[in-house]
Design a protein. Structure first.
Length: 237
């Protein structure tokens, strides 16, 4: 089945261009023009990827992403009109997986789309067929009240399911598979995000902070994902 992409862009000419090019690549595409419609479309159509403009009527892209992250882990590629570090950082902090600055070439955008969808596919396939060495036959890793389910692609804490973006889940799995080892930010970028990723090591720090807020009893004093000063992070099982 064709992968589904939701385009959220209020500039009609750009929206039509994006829809045309994505359909030409074989994707199934839905398009809306404002933030509230984006939330409804995401809930109704369950896209595999969302292309989300920052500046939107009724609700901006940052707020849309923040609300989406409370319900689903669909990857979000933000489209921002300004090459502003603050916009990029805020986008990542509220839950975006990547960003691209306008004006952008259609070739670059398509490369980003394909890379993001490919990473999601590969991780799902690997987790479904190649559970971690220490996982049980049921595909589970258990650390006290924290359970990572490789087959169902799910994390639970005290038997409560945690909502995680695909990249958060990938990072947590990779850390757990290498528990006790100190992993540098650069190594994590290379192994979890891939060499095509254009961001920097702060992306790792942001995702670690999100994970700590979800899996730690006290995120300010983490016991599971520990910072090793000057070296990186270590997962304590």
């Amino acid at each position: 089945m064709a992968e589904k992409i939701l385009v959220v862009e209020d500039e009609l000419a750009l929206q039509e261009t994006l829809v045309y090019n994505l359909k030409r690549e074989g994707y199934e595409v839905e398009a809306v023009s404002d933030g509230r419609a984006a939330l409804e479309a995401a809930r109704d159509h369950h896209p595999d990827l969302i292309l989300l403009d920052v500046m939107l009527p009724s609700m901006d892209g940052f707020e849309v992403t923040r609300l989406l992250r409370q319900e689903m882990a669909t990857p979000v590629l933000m489209l921002t009109a300004r090459d502003d570090e603050i916009d990029r950082v805020v986008g990542l902090e509220v839950g975006a997986d990547d960003y691209i600055t306008k004006p952008f070439s259609m070739r670059e955008l398509m490369a980003r789309v394909k890379a993001m969808l490919r990473r999601v596919r590969l991780v799902r396939e690997e987790l479904a067929h190649q559970p971690a060495p220490a996982a049980s036959e049921s595909g589970l890793l258990v650390f006290g009240d924290l359970t990572i389910d490789f087959i169902r692609h799910e994390v639970r804490k005290s038997d409560r399911p945690l909502v995680m973006k695909p990249k958060e889940f990938e990072l947590l799995v990779f850390l757990a598979q290498h528990r006790g080892q100190v992993l540098s930010r650069e190594y994590l970028l290379d192994r979890v995000w891939g060499w095509q990723f254009t961001g920097d090591s702060r992306t790792v720090d942001v995702h670690v902070r999100w994970l700590r807020e979800k899996i730690e009893d006290d995120p300010a004093r983490p016991q599971r994902i520990v910072t090793v000063r000057g070296a990186g992070y270590r997962f304590e099982g």
